[in-house]
Design a protein around this ligand. Structure first.
Ligand code: THU
Length: 131
């Protein structure tokens, strides 16, 4: 399906971004790629810290790059984890994704598995002050 082709292309960008992950503590290398409503691409990786709680997820790195570059609307998002198991975006990232797109199409994948979903599906009954 054409719709999924775009997400699969985005997933390749997320995979490339995962190579940049700074994850010496968890060893969990994550990459994310965003396509905005204007068609712009932003990528991000997780960035860990010796003070563990300061670590930032790949999704939020990409989103913060998008916002700081002047864009506000996520159309599609891909997340890749360099692992055999499949992991969906964490709860904090779901909330941040939702802030910048109510209809975001999402693909997340590991080395062995892949899943297509939406932010509506991942974050039902969401909290928002904007609508
Ligand atoms: N991580 C992400 O990058 N995205 C998620 O959605 C979940 C977790 C990162 C944070 C940390 O660097 C590592 O994965 C282990 O939690």
């Amino acid at each position: 399906m054409e719709k999924n082709k775009e997400l699969l292309d985005l997933l390749e960008k997320a995979k490339e971004a995962s190579h940049k992950a700074y994850a010496p503590y968890s060893g969990f290398k994550v990459g994310a790629a965003i396509l905005t409503d204007k068609g712009t691409l932003f990528t991000g990786c997780n960035v860990e810290n010796s003070s563990y709680s300061l670590s930032n997820c790949a999704e939020r790195t990409a989103i913060f790059k998008m916002v700081s570059a002047g864009e506000r609307v996520i159309a599609k998002l891909a997340v890749y984890v360099e692992n055999d198991m499949l992991f969906p975006p964490c709860g904090a990232c779901r909330q941040v994704i939702h802030e910048f797109g109510r209809d975001v199409e999402i693909v997340y994948a590991s080395k062995k598995d892949i899943k297509f979903t939406t932010i509506k599906n991942l974050l039902p009954e969401s909290f928002s002050l904007n609508d």
